[in-house]
Structures are given as structure tokens and as C-alpha cells.
Design a protein around this ligand. Sequence first.
Ligand SMILES: *Cc1c(COP(=O)(O)O)cnc(C)c1O
Length: 393
Amino acid sequence: MPFVSDKVKNLPPYLFSEFQREKKKLEDKGVDVIDLGIGAPDLPAPDFIYDKLMHEARKPENHRYSAYSGCLEFREAIAHFYKRSHGVDLDPETEVLALIGSKEGIHNFAQSVINPGDSAILPDPGYPVYRTAVHLAGGKSVLLPLDAENGYTPLFNNLTEDERKRAKLMFLNYPSNPTAATIELNTFSEAISFASENNMVIANDAAYSLVTYDDYKSPSILEAPNAKDVAVEFGSLSKSFNMAGWRIGFVVGNKVMIHALATLKSNIDTSQFLPVQKAAAYALRSDLSVVKANNRIYKERMEKLYAALAEVGIVAEKPKGTLFIWAQIPGDYSSLSFSAKLLDEAGIIVTPGTAFGPAGEGFIRIALTVSTDRLDEVIRRLKKLDLQGGKNG
Ligand SMILES: *Cc1c(COP(=O)(O)O)cnc(C)c1O
């Protein structure tokens, strides 16, 4: 169609939708497909948050437009949460902004930092939205390969002098989708120094910050010294509170960048429905016991699947958080051919590692978003497959 912009025409296909089409085809044929491809919680939002939403939804005053930056009640709850969880002080007026889900914020953030021709450093493998956001802003993506050997920490020394000089923005994502990697505060501190030295903005996507197992506690990038000089952090209630469809998230940190994003957004949207913001505020001020209960469920699933994968010869690093296992492909398969084999021969959807960038070759991402009963069925099917063969393709 002549009316479709080049920008849209040149967008890479959103890979997840292709797998969903294949799934529908198989289901129409009567195949019982088990979907471990979708990285969204399968469980509903907790009752107390839902009750708060219903309560607020009944109040006529909550049916008006929200303040552009989100209501103060939500921004104060975010600041309170950062103080309590990370010991970080935030000014709710200038250092906190409500988002309609962090995906929206990531996209618009690229628009508010990048001029056409600027470049941005992105994790590879990484969440595909960073790349499209940079593309839509007219920028150029510089992929920063992350590898298993180094625990998927960013290796800034691998960037050329030119790449460092030209980059205006860098995205990080810990705990990570798709690799499930977690890091310690010193890595964030190094990232802050790197960004300061090279005069770029750094954004950590902390969508999984609360989805952690056992004693591991994910640091905030804002805990690093001088972080607020160059950094922002994206937060989301989607994964931690099972609120993916509610579309509520936030960004915190450097006030100049928060102001820029708020200015852009005030021309695009008028923030989220007030009852959703107020319910999210209530969730963030809670004792987080529902988050811990969820994490125990994910951990149980992870342990079960992890043990079974080892049994059939699929090697993975045991994650300390997120909804994923990032597993090495056995035999001589490619990411794509192995994922296709799992779908064709076992009716199991996983995501090929290459969906997250070239460095994802050799891996698949398995989401822990089905019940342990369904995982038993996954394991039964895996054990029947011949996994060690393979053909390149
Ligand atoms: C799910 C996800 C998001 C988007 O979360 P929303 O707040 O629902 O938009 C952002 N980043 C990563 C890495 C994710 O996996």
C-alpha cells in the first residue's frame, strides 16, 4: 500500500506473532500445544489489588483525566518503594513518571533521546523492543554482545572507540529477558562510570526486578554512585504483580531525562486510568508477600524443568530470577530449527534465541508460565524426542 510509511514497512516482523499463527494452525488440527514462548504471567493479579481497582473505579472523581505525569499518589508510592527496597531517595515531582506499561516508556524514551543518525548501544541478546524503538527514532543500533562465559554482563571493552563516542544512549536489562541473567551492584557501578566517561544516557529496564528466587535481591541501577547523573530505570507491575494487561509501569532517575520524556508524552497520551494507578500504588506499598508467593511458584516450576532438561541433555544456567530458562541447544540444530522441531514433534512452543539478536544463536528461551502439571507433560514429551541429532538449517 502506498499509504504505509517506510518506517512501518521497514519494521522487523514481531516474531512472537509468527509463532502464534503457527500455534493456531496446529490447534486447529487438534494438537494440544503447550506454549512456553510467551513471557507473560499466567496467573491473575492478586485479589487485594483487584479489590482496590474496583473500589477506585466506583469513585466519580477518578473518571477524569489523570495528571500527565501520573497521579501524585502513584508517584509517591514509587518513591516510597525505592526508598524501602533500594535505599534510594527520589523526588516524586521530578524524578518519577508514570507509564502506560514500560514498553510504552521504552519506545517514547528513545524518541526523547535520539536524533536521526544517533546511535544506541543495546544488549544482544536483548528484548526486541529496544531495537525497534531506536529504529523508529531514526537511530542506529549498536549491539553489545553478552555471553554465557561472562555471565551476560556487559563487556564495554568490546566496543570500539568510535562506537563509544557516537552512542548517546545505552539500554541494559537486569534481571534479563531473555537470558535470565542477574548481576551485582558493582556491574551497575561500572556501567555508570562507562556512561559518564562516554557522555551517554543509560537506561536499565528492571521489568523483572522483583521476580527473583530465594535470597537473591536484584539491585537497582540507582543504587550505584552518581547514577542519577546519567541513568534512568524502567519499572513495571506486569511481571511482579501479574498485571500485564493493566498497562502500568514507571520510570525513575535523572530529572532532565524524566522531564524530556514527560514533555514528549504530554503530547501523546494523558497517562493511565486513575483507578489503575491507584491500585498500582497500593500494590507497591504492600508487604510484597504476593510477589514472594509468585516467586515460589516460578521457582518450583524452574527447578522441575531445570532438572528434566539436565536429564535429557539440555544444558542451562540455573536462573536466580525472571520467568525464563535460557537453555543451550543440543546437537547440531540452529535456534530456529530446534524450536521448529519442538513445535512440530512435541507441540511445544519455545522462543528461538535469535529472536533476541544474533548472539542468541545456539539458545532457546523457555518461559515458566504454565503450571507444574503442564510442565510434567512437557517433560514427558521431551523424553520421547531424539534431541542429540540435528541438521543445520
Ligand atoms: C515484559 C517486558 C517489558 C514490558 O513490560 P510492560 O510494563 O508490560 O510494558 C519490558 N521489558 C522487558 C525486558 C520485558 O520482558
